[in-house]
Design a protein around this ligand. Sequence first.
Ligand SMILES: O=C(O)c1cc(=O)[nH]c(=O)n1[C@@H]1O[C@H](COP(=O)(O)O)[C@@H](O)[C@H]1O
Length: 281
Amino acid sequence: MGFGEAGFGTRYLESVARRGRFCAGIDPHAGLLTDWGLAVDADGLSRFADICIEALGPVAAVIKPQVAFFEPFGAAGFAVLERVIAGCREQGALVLADAKRGDIGSTMAAYGTAWLDDSSPLCSDAVTISPYLGFESLRPAIDAARAGDRGVFVLARTSNPEGGRVQTALVPDGRIVAQSVVDAAAAENASGAGAVGLVVGATRSHGLDLGALNGPILSPGLGAQGATAADIPEVFAGADVRWVLPASSRGVLAAGPDVAALRAACASARDEVEAALTPLS
Ligand SMILES: O=C(O)c1cc(=O)[nH]c(=O)n1[C@@H]1O[C@H](COP(=O)(O)O)[C@@H](O)[C@H]1O
């Protein structure tokens, strides 16, 4: 199978085999709180979270709370985030904390503890991290992930239009920066556990060679950023599509606050992705 018997890669593949390849984002934008008839305060955030846990927790393979939208509420926001993480995990989803951490190695060790260690109330199944202080600076977070069969998702080629300037710049050996990140992640996964995933946006073709990655590929950009499930096969031509995990936040959340409607929107987005990828699997 190309992956180890234990490790995050195995947990990930089991989850998408059960629930389908789709990551539902929990991004409580102020505008969404208002659209859902909720106050833009910690109580509104808390109600938003409850609805998301109930609607998405039982259906999505992976749920990705965007930490940025909890932070403006301070300690109360973090308390809600802790509940989102625990609640979604209790319902059988893998939780990917979208914190996009990136710092010097000694600080990355603290981030690894915060997001990936059982001792932390924010402990998730995986966390997004940025390699732009140097891939090797991520080592302590990668070690923390491996120690608990958890994962990291390293930004390679992001969905936003501004990313290209740095991510497609050339490194001295002639590869683009994003490919150097892909290759470094693939080398980490050579041990088989699939602990090091990538983030590669669904919004454009990227020319990356992802064939040796042997780990999950989060692909945001469906819905609000304009990508569709039908774009995914072309964007990931040549990749092992077992690992491709398209993601959407606002595109699904727009169906709330009704729990049944929100759950149906998530299931339908998942079904569209599966219909597009299954012929390639
Ligand atoms: O790491 C991410 O999840 C991410 C990477 C990327 O390249 N692009 C991207 O949009 N994201 C996140 O994915 C979510 C996209 O939200 P929607 O555009 O509402 O689907 C946001 O939380 C972004 O921060």
